[in-house]
Design a protein around this ligand. Structure first.
Ligand SMILES: [Zn+2]
Length: 907
């Protein structure tokens, strides 16, 4: 006994020495290191469950953590931790993307500041600079993921430019080339004169911008016998391209132009003779129905040009300046030339009108520069043969998209897919593995670097200068990270992956392309489920942007409120596929939730300090009281719901329900009731302590995936202070403790129903006390008619006394006469009477009411006086009279209420 007392005292001292509030800064780094050093993030090939694998979307190596990363990492970590606790063999592969354009731009900017550029430096030296930069910054994004608590396997971390992934890229390029799915061709591409690179369609933002539509008339070359000059009018939003026109086209069915198809027009300024051709691509209802054709500067015109064998005259260069082909405008900036040419055409009388027009302007996603469509020799992937099986994967249910409405978005894109321009005029990236021979003119496409032409053996070869689009490496991510093209044990065990989780904004860039490559190269869809989350917006629902100054920095939030508060807020603010609002008050609320967990746990440990025996298994508990049965029933239901919700990807709802249970059922009710039960006999105390600890343990497990740090910290205290022998713990850490099983035997509908009736009674009495301003310390009398529930209420009377601060309740089956001078309340079928004399000092209250009544009556008399004055009614403005009448009515109502209340009190 003495021994026991000593331990109890020691435990109490330890608990008393714990900080009064949870201190995230003090524990987060400690636990992350503990988990990582113990190898908990690594897969467990001997696990009893199936594999569960996620490839982390690789953030840009240049990046700093923003809310998009935070929601991605939080969501994936919740799924991974849940499956790890369930006993699955979980693997979460982290990594970074080399981010071609973004990274090169940053380093080039740095060079510009130093007064140099990549061309002066040369390719090799430039790449050295970029690698230096990458080594310097790569750790930043890794460390930030660690701060978020991401439990990924860092020993398997990959980088899209590392050796293995570069090998995968080579393999894919060469294979697709050999299969005829990669080709080099002249096409109109989106060119960014700022980045000096081609862009894929997806890298161009189309923004409707106010501009003008200029109508220009071209004189027709006179034919024999024609005395008056005829004209044909065309409309354009880019007049500077006129200089490169090589035809005018009309629709073959357009009767207006029937007679002139086949004639020649004379291009103003350039004086070039250009044919008038008929082509189905021309929309007769647009502008004048005749369009200028500039094959070198417009994708549709390029096609028309191919069909009619038109020359391509490139008047705008890759630098955005007019070329020598632009005659007098050569050397001018493209927009300068536009202005000057319009002025000249106006002078020449060639412009018939200029009208306002919304132009769907393409801008470079990276630099915001207006994109120029230019002809260029580029490498392309033929997409239709790859897209067709990817369409089938969703159509035939091999893969599920959550939420389902994105099926249509995915399919629409695949059905209308264009070939993918994969070459980029950059140096940072995977260099295209193609060598051109100066001797025989052939190309050598090879997995290995070559020094001689494969066709003629000549050494006069040079490698393609361009690199591949960054997505050309990330579309291989789910299998290249597992070792492909080598057949590694990881590839065999962990491919296909389970869930691909990302923002819906990259469904085309990345998700659809990964499906294509997975099916094409491995014959299997790369993941079972695609889970798409939305954008995180500000509290008002607006997109966060630096210019609006409404950006929330996740690192600052973690510094201030702790990682768990940020994670819980992100998880519970979102529903699949929808944008969510990040409300700062909710972050504070969830910081308070972490504190609540901390404080409730301190209370539990303190209140049960004298009871030995650790944390009993939940299924071994034998409930004594209604409250015991009720909390165990609630926990069993919660466990079932949370498990089902996470399996359904309803993570937000799972978190909300756990929070609600902990805060309300466990803390507000059971913890309070336990204060009464801990006064009971030995066996009740034992059981209560067991339930307090065991329910806490189970709830910590349910909350762990959402709030890993505070739950791990508290869980350790819970076991350390109740079970000194660590060998008796269910696990060495919460992160690998087993996921709770719903205890079906604890389900108890009767307890649920009875307890909620008791809760209602207590809540009604509490509300009435508040309403009447009864001092908190005052115990008030209560009379209840409880009908056939009498046995329950007799048993629960001490709880009513304690929780509603009443005297011992006077319980009756029914009351023949309603108690006088009492407030009456109803809770379900239960009648509750609170004698007013017990709640307030009636004499004082009557005095106060009399004063209030006198004042009200005085005001009433004053208003009545106004209305008895005929002058007032006749002369005052009708709205004034109306207003005064309303005041009088209100005053009359008040007087009668006060009189009734007075009568009630006097009885
Ligand atoms: Zn050759």
């Amino acid at each position: 006994m003495l021994e026991q007392q000593k331990t109890t005292e020691a435990i109490e001292q330890t608990i008393a020495s714990l900080p009064k509030a949870y201190e995230p800064q003090a524990v987060e780094a400690k636990w992350y290191r503990f988990w990582e050093e113990n190898g908990y993030f690594k897969p467990q090939p001997n696990a009893k469950g199936p594999t569960f694998v996620i490839s982390m979307p690789p953030p840009n190596v240049t990046g700093a953590l923003h809310l998009g990363h935070a929601i991605t990492a939080t969501t994936e970590d919740i799924l991974i931790r849940y499956h790890r606790m369930k006993g699955d063999d979980t693997l979460w592969v982290p990594g970074e993307d080399h981010a071609g354009i973004a990274t090169q731009t940053v380093v080039e900017r740095q060079l510009a500041k130093e007064g140099t550029d990549r061309h002066k430096l040369g390719r090799e030296k430039f790449l050295e600079r970029v690698w230096q930069w990458v080594y310097q910054y790569k750790h930043r994004i890794q460390d930030q993921h660690r701060r978020l608590g991401a439990s990924c396997d860092w020993s398997r971390e990959r980088f899209t430019l590392d050796e293995g992934l570069s090998k995968a890229v080579r393999e894919v390029f060469v294979r697709l080339y050999e299969e005829g799915l990669i080709y080099r061709g002249e096409r109109i591409i989106n060119w960014c004169p700022q980045c000096m690179s081609a862009l894929s369609d997806l890298e161009v933002n189309h923004v409707d911008t106010p501009g003008t539509l200029t109508y220009v008339r071209y004189p027709l070359k006179p034919i024999e016998g024609e005395t008056e000059t005829k004209y044909i009018s065309v409309a354009t939003t880019r007049p500077e391209t006129i200089l490169g026109d090589t035809a005018v086209a009309v629709n073959p069915k357009d009767p207006r132009y029937e007679d002139i198809v086949g004639r020649m027009a004379i291009l103003p300024v350039m004086k070039r003779e250009i044919p008038i051709v008929a082509d189905d691509a021309v929309d007769a209802s647009f502008g004048t129905g005749a369009v200028k054709v500039t094959p070198a500067h417009d994708p549709t015109d390029f096609e028309i040009g191919m069909r009619h064998n038109l020359p391509r005259v490139q008047v705008i260069g890759f630098d955005g300046k007019m070329t020598d082909e632009a005659g007098p405008y050569a050397g001018q900036d493209r927009f300068e030339a536009r202005k000057n040419l319009v002025a000249e055409l106006q002078q020449l009388g060639n412009i018939s009108k200029i009208e306002d027009y919304m132009v769907p302007l393409g801008r470079c996603q990276r630099s915001d520069t207006i994109v120029e469509p230019l002809i260029s020799k580029q490498w392309f992937v033929k997409m239709t043969p790859l897209a067709t099986p990817a369409l089938g994967a969703v159509k035939y249910g091999q893969m599920k998209i959550v939420p389902e409405r994105f099926n249509k978005v995915y399919m629409d894109w695949l059905e209308n897919i264009h070939d993918w321009c994969i070459s980029r005029q950059l140096w940072w990236g995977h260099r295209i593995p193609v060598w051109y021979c100066a001797t025989c003119g052939e190309m050598t496409v090879s997995r290995e670097d070559v020094i001689a032409c494969a066709h003629c053996g000549s050494a006069a070869i040079h490698q393609d200068e361009d690199v591949l689009d960054t997505w050309f490496s990330s579309w291989l991510w789910p299998f290249s990270t597992l070792g492909w093209p080598d057949v590694t044990p990881d590839l065999l065990r962990y491919y296909p992956t389970s869930v691909l989780e990302t923002g819906y904004d990259i469904i085309f860039f990345w998700v659809a392309r990964m499906v294509m490559s997975g099916i094409h190269f491995l014959g299997v869809v790369p993941f079972e489920t695609i889970y798409l989350h939305g954008l995180v917006r500000d509290a008002k629902g607006e997109k966060m942007s630096k210019s609006k100054n409404n950006v929330i920095d996740p690192l600052e939030v973690m510094d201030q409120y702790g990682t768990d508060a940020l994670r819980f807020t992100l998880a519970t603010s979102s529903t699949p596929g929808n944008d969510s609002k990040l409300v700062p008050e909710r972050i504070i609320g969830n910081r308070n939730f972490a504190n609540k967990i901390w404080n409730a746990s301190r209370f539990v440990l303190m209140a049960t300090a004298e009871i030995s025996g650790g944390v009993p298994a939940i299924a071994s508990l034998k409930p004594h009281t209604l409250a015991d049965r009720w909390i165990l029933d609630k926990l069993a239901r919660l466990t079932k719901n949370v498990t089902r919700l996470i399996d359904d990807f309803q993570l937000g709802e799972a978190g909300r329900q756990s929070n609600e249970f902990f805060w309300s059922d466990y803390c507000d009710w059971y913890l309070e009731i336990a204060k009464v039960q801990m006064q009971g006999d030995e066996s009740v105390r034992q059981t209560t302590a067991g339930i307090l600890r065991s329910v806490l343990d189970q709830t910590l497990r349910l909350l762990h995936p959402f709030m890993p740090f505070v739950t791990e910290e508290v869980w350790h205290y819970l076991y350390e202070l109740t079970e000194p022998e660590q060998s008796k713990w269910p696990a060495s850490a919460l992160i690998i403790a087993s996921w709770p099983q719903s205890n079906e035997k604890a389900l108890n509908a009767e307890a649920e129903q009875q307890f909620s009736l008791l809760q209602e009674v207590i809540t009604r009495i509490r509300d009435a006390r508040n309403q009447m301003n009864v001092e908190p310390s005052r115990h008030i009398p209560v009379i209840m008619a409880v009908g056939h529930e009498i046995a329950i209420f007799e048993a629960q009377a001490p709880l009513i006394e304690f929780l509603a601060r009443t005297e011992k309740p006077q319980l009756h089956l029914q009351l023949a006469q309603k108690p006088e001078q009492a407030m009456s309340l109803l809770a379900g079928p239960i009648e509750i009477y609170l004698p007013l004399a017990g709640m307030l000092d009636i004499g004082k209250e009557l005095e106060r009411l009399d004063k209030e009544l006198a004042a009200a009556q005085q005001e009433q008399t004053r208003l009545q006086g106004k209305f008895s004055n005929e002058n007032f009614v006749a002369r005052a403005k009708p709205e004034v009279v109306e207003k005064e009448r309303e005041r009088l009515t209100a005053q009359e109502e008040r007087v009668s209420k006060l009189i009734a209340r007075r009568a009630e009190l006097q009885g």
